[in-house]
Write a protein that binds this ligand. Structure first.
Ligand code: CP
Ligand code: NVA
Length: 300
């Protein structure tokens, strides 16, 4: 059966941990200059209808480092943008490549692709979730602090796609997750219902950060929500991760942000550029984690 990577909870803890462990091994072997052509002659199609720096560069560089090839397909340039049905596109593209990565607004379109393409389909961010980001975050935590099981993770800010994936990860990896969002910006109700046993909520973000091992945030207005920016700045004004929040977290707490970030909005410059921040490792690890993911989906 074709394996897809649409959401974390489609995969077992063992499989996900295996991807992370392999990512750490691949990082070491890449840094030592070893040549790895495990995906020689394989092609990855990358379909984007939203902007990207990390996701595009990491998948493209990752395929090249594994001896394969990638195709950047903007929705504006392919026939999907002119109305060709998703199902037809999935059948055609899936018949020519070895995996398809999609960053599209609608999670349902990714599901439709997976249903009709004969090749593995990867969710590279949808309105609902961002599982590739989570692999890099988990890998980064493990590299710096060891297993995340039993640790206290605090999500401060918007109850968005990345937050949803943290909710799934908390259940699978066994960490405590406290979510602190302004009223009206909570995670989607179906995620709240599904993961209610594992997650707690705290409306006061400083209170939430007490004793945290990891504090995570993301932009206040995700891609596609730019028109809400001003209203969100007002609603989120007490939810900036700053020194006040970090000072109540554990002394060795880490700070993460999937990037791109807005210094002075969701995070203060002294936190994101400070010594507890591991954002550059987190961003680089997208490359290594996705190489391990591609091997798991294409070669296993
Ligand atoms: N974190 C992340 O997905 O970054 P990009 O939007 O640059 O791909
Ligand atoms: N929540 C953000 C993540 C960007 C990587 C967005 O969807 O725009």
């Amino acid at each position: 059966m074709t394996k897809h990577f649409i959401d974390l909870d489609d995969h077992s803890f063992q499989d996900l941990q295996g991807i992370i462990d392999n990512a750490i091994a691949l990082k070491k072997s890449h840094q030592s200059g070893e040549i790895n052509e495990s995906l020689k002659n394989k092609t990855l199609a990358m379909i984007f209808d939203k902007s990207s720096t990390r996701t595009r560069v990491s998948f493209e560089a990752g395929m090249a480092q594994l001896g394969g090839h990638s195709l950047f397909l903007s929705d504006k340039d392919i026939q999907i943008g002119r109305g060709e049905p998703i199902t037809d596109s999935a059948i055609v593209i899936g018949s020519m490549v070895d995996a398809i990565m999609l960053r599209v607004s609608s999670h349902d379109d990714i599901m439709t692709f997976a249903e009709h393409a004969r090749t593995p389909v990867i969710n590279a961010l949808s309105d609902q979730s961002h599982p590739c980001q989570m692999l890099a975050d988990l890998m980064t935590f493990q590299e710096h602090r060891g297993p995340i099981k039993g640790k206290k993770v605090v999500w401060v800010g918007d109850g968005n796609n990345v937050c949803h994936t943290y909710m799934q990860a908390a259940e699978i990896f066994g960490f405590e997750l406290i979510i602190s969002t302004p009223k009206g910006y909570e995670a989607a109700q179906d995620f709240v219902d599904k993961y209610q046993n594992n997650i707690s909520y705290c409306s006061n973000p400083v209170e939430a950060c007490k004793g945290a091992d990891l504090v995570v945030t993301d932009v206040w207005a995700s891609m596609g929500m730019e028109s809400e920016q001003k209203a969100r700045e007002l609603a989120f004004k007490d939810f900036q991760v700053n020194q006040k929040m970090m000072s109540v977290a554990n002394e060795d707490a880490l700070f993460m942000h999937c990037l791109p970030a807005h210094r002075g909005e969701e995070v203060s410059a002294d936190v994101i550029d400070g010594k507890q921040s591991v954002i550059w490792d987190e961003a680089e690890n997208r490359l290594h984690a996705q190489k391990a993911l591609l091997l798991y989906l294409i070669n296993d």
